[in-house]
Design a protein around this ligand. Structure first.
Ligand SMILES: C[S@@+](CC[C@H](N)C(=O)[O-])C[C@H]1O[C@@H](n2cnc3c(N)ncnc32)[C@H](O)[C@@H]1O
Length: 489
């Protein structure tokens, strides 16, 4: 077609309409597909010229939907990106072993499922690798024609190109030139539904909170604002410890959506980490306890019991370290409540600090927002507050997602004790999340200076702070890097 300014305008108008309806963008070769789609649409309405077609698209929402349907790319196949699917199974298994997942039934959203291969692949994998698991999959797409095919569950040999013979035999019935999903139980696990990701604002309550979202090869069609809105929607609909998987070629979810990011070769895993896990990801240490409990104190106590005269050592081990060591042991075994009981009668100042941190950990795990708020206010009423208490207060604020207040408390904590790498580090992360990059950088540099030898901090401390975007990216990467390390631990 000869491109004149009026045809350009014609295409632009239609692109805007499609973009407004379904979020699709038209860069590169996608502008050619618009031309093809318009020709196909025109064949259905041969009496119309360009202008007539344009008015029809503008006036009739069904015609706009039809045109969009012609533009959607449904490319998919069974077991696409197998490494990423393996990751999915590993993450689900991990979730299952967590005591926090007590609802029983797992809820998974497969967003942009096309003709259903992806949703069935997830179901087959769960069936194979985690037999007996109770789960449901919500598989959605904008395209009704694709969803019809998904419901039917009948596929060509080409769609099954990623499957071995044994799996084909087990899960499909072969007819002359197609394969149909055999297992009714597998089909029953999946609900196919039409959903426009550009317009959706929430899922029905029966599907929330979700344990996992798989949205692969869909975000590539959307613009940044749409991805930003979806990132938030995904985050809000996931349960704590829930995760979202995108494909290796997808653009990233919005950096400020709250996810903890873990990048691997096969794609990115976005986890809705509990704040405690978040600090774990960030600092190699579960929380403030790590600072005082996991590392220094047992060593200090052991050193004391080794070097000091027997009586003195016994005294430390019983009055101070006796219950403390037991508490440490049970806490490590996941029994926070008993650890609290063991320390609650202690008059030792350090034990009390540890007890405060344990209490927050316990309340965060089992309590409600109100309980955490009450805990925080109780803590802040103490005057003067000590550095450790301020840090626990900041952790409570992180739990409550009031990051500005967390930053204020951490600043006070840093003022009281300038030598804590942990506190500087936490301040760096909170400042970063609050968008104050200058402070974040300063705090990371301070943490690096203090934590001599902690080379993980180096990439951040050495970033030339001339390019803000680069700085953000490097921090995100850095958080990923640490997340990776923790996963391997
Ligand atoms: C390339 S397929 C990806 C299929 C599958 N997720 C996979 O990775 O194999 C992209 C799918 O996204 C769907 N899609 C595009 N825009 C959408 C929107 N606004 N809402 C819902 N689905 C959309 C398309 O209909 C298409 O089926």
């Amino acid at each position: 077609m000869l491109v004149t300014s009026s045809t350009e305008q014609y295409y632009k108008t239609i692109q805007n309409l499609v973009n407004g309806y379904a979020g699709l963008t038209f860069t590169g070769s996608r502008s050619n597909s618009l031309d093809t789609a318009l020709k196909l649409l025109n064949r259905r309405h041969p009496q119309l010229n360009e202008l007539g077609l344009l008015s029809l698209i503008c006036e009739d929402p069904q015609i706009l939907a039809d045109l969009t349907d012609l533009l959607l790319v449904h490319e998919t196949y069974f077991f696409r990106e197998p490494d990423l699917l393996k990751r999915f199974i590993d993450l689900v298994s991990k979730q299952q072993t967590k005591e926090t997942n007590s609802r029983g039934e797992l809820k998974i959203w497969c967003a942009g499922c096309s003709t259903g291969e992806e949703a069935y692949s997830l179901a087959i994998l769960l069936d194979e690798r985690l037999p007996g698991l109770d789960y449901r999959i919500l598989a959605t797409d904008l395209s009704l024609s694709a969803l019809r095919k998904a419901e039917e569950g009948r596929y060509s040999q080409w769609s099954l190109r990623g499957l071995d013979e044994a799996t084909k035999k087990k899960y499909f019935v072969r007819s002359e030139n197609s394969y149909s999903i055999k297992n009714a139980s597998l089909r029953e696990r999946i609900t196919f539904a039409q959903m426009n990701l550009k317009q959706v604002t929430s899922l029905t309550p029966e599907w929330t909170p979700l344990d996992a979202i798989v949205c692969r090869n869909v975000l590539i069609y959307f613009e940044k604002p749409c991805i930003g809105r979806l990132s938030k929607l995904f985050f809000d609909h996931l349960d704590l410890n829930g995760f979202c998987l995108t494909a290796s070629s997808d653009p990233p979810l919005a950096p400020n959506s709250g996810f903890s990011i873990n990048a691997g070769n096969c794609g990115i895993v976005y986890t809705k980490a509990t704040p405690a896990n978040l600090t774990h990801t960030i600092n190699h240490q579960p929380n403030i306890l790590a600072k005082s409990v996991h590392r220094k104190r047992p060593e200090e106590i052991l050193k004391a019991t080794e070097k000091k005269p027997v009586d003195e050592a016994r005294e430390i081990a019983t009055t101070n370290g006796g219950n403390y060591l037991k508490a440490l042991e049970v806490y490590k075994n996941g029994d926070c409540k008993t650890a609290i009981q063991l320390l609650s009668s202690s008059t030792n100042k350090n034990d009390k600090k540890v007890l405060t941190a344990l209490n927050l950990r316990y309340i965060s795990h089992t309590g409600k927002r109100n309980d955490i708020e009450a805990f925080l206010e109780g803590l802040m009423q103490k005057s003067p507050c000590e550095e450790d208490e301020l840090v626990v207060g900041a952790l409570a604020c992180i739990e409550l997602k009031v990051l500005r207040r967390a930053e204020v408390l951490l600043r006070k904590a840093v003022y009281l004790d300038r030598k804590s790498s942990y506190t500087h580090h936490l301040l760096g992360v909170v400042s970063f999340k609050n968008g104050d990059l200058t402070s974040a950088r300063k705090a990371f540099c301070n943490a690096q200076k203090i934590a001599d030898g902690q080379t993980v901090l180096e990439p951040i401390a050495n970033i030339e702070y001339t390019d803000q975007a680069r700085f953000c990216l490097d921090i995100e990467r850095y958080l990923c890097l640490i997340g990776e390390k923790n996963n391997n631990e």
